[in-house]
Write a protein that binds this ligand. Structure first.
Ligand SMILES: Nc1ncnc2c1ncn2[C@@H]1O[C@H](COP(=O)(O)OP(=O)(O)O)[C@@H](O)[C@H]1O
Ligand SMILES: [Mg+2]
Length: 241
């Protein structure tokens, strides 16, 4: 599904991605983990064609990026910052994205209802976005990102600033979506959360310092949680963070 070769992004005074080579298969919940400034958003923006690589290449669904507009409809994207219309209701927002993605109009109502139900926003469907809590806005953003039934859902820090109960729900939704055929690529700086992933990559200062299943990584480092794995890997790697 995703193949990166030596992907590098340089800014004037920093290297946000430093020669990342990585393959991710379809049908998984894939976690991209690392502290603030590790390069997670830069990697995702590169996948979305919003950030040019300085060196290297990325293939997504076989297409060399920046890919065709048609390949982008395979992807649902939930950015880190709020990207949703504050003055529209929840339902209007989801409908707007459905139309943007050319979901056939006969299907839109059912699709919107289904997503509002899944994200437990049924009783907020007609509320104006700016009246909602941060967690509700994030749920609404996830609904907009799923409205065209993407093959891959990319979420950048969906659980940042979200209460612990909703964080658990988000991970349950990811698993359910994955079981139903939507692959998930999720970033988080809450490293322990990612024990639920099928496959994870640790990023630090633009460099990949670990890759494997959570259990493999914990076994290799002989620790029992992912925070400890990250600390061990960071100690073993010569990276200027
Ligand atoms: N547009 C930009 N211009 C200059 N530097 C940037 C830009 N975007 C990101 N960076 C830098 O790249 C590094 C990685 O940032 P980012 O990808 O946002 O990390 P993360 O999402 O893991 O917190 C940081 O040092 C950040 O300051
Ligand atoms: Mg980020």
């Amino acid at each position: 599904m995703l193949n990166m070769q030596q992907a590098t992004v340089k800014f004037a005074d920093s290297v946000a991605l430093n020669g990342l080579t990585l393959s991710v298969e379809e049908g998984k919940v894939f976690g991209l983990l690392g502290p603030n400034g590790a390069g997670k958003t830069t990697l995702i923006r590169s996948l979305m064609g919003l950030q040019h690589l300085s060196e290297g290449s990325i293939r997504l669904f076989g297409d060399m990026l920046p890919g065709s507009a048609s390949s982008r409809t395979l992807i649902g994207y939930m950015p880190q910052l709020y990207a949703i219309y504050d003055q529209l209701t929840v339902r209007e927002n989801v409908r707007f994205f459905a139309e943007l993605y050319s979901v056939p109009s006969a299907l839109i109502n059912d699709r919107v209802d289904e997503l509002l139900h899944m994200t437990e926003l049924d009783n907020k469907a007609d509320a104006i976005l700016h009246t909602l809590s941060g967690g509700m806005k994030r749920r609404a953003m996830m609904a907009t990102a799923l409205v065209h039934k993407p093959r891959l859902l990319i979420l950048d820090e969906p659980t940042a600033g979200v209460d612990p109960i909703l964080r658990i729900k988000f991970w349950q939704w990811f698993r359910k979506l994955c079981d139903q055929g939507t692959s998930i690529l999720v970033t988080t700086h809450h490293i322990n959360e990612a024990e639920q992933c099928d496959d994870i990559v640790f990023l630090r200062a633009g460099t990949m310092i670990g890759h494997g299943t959570p259990q493999q990584l914990m076994d290799e480092q002989q620790v029992d949680n992912l925070d400890q794995v990250f600390i061990r890997l960071a100690e073993q790697t010569e990276v200027q963070a």
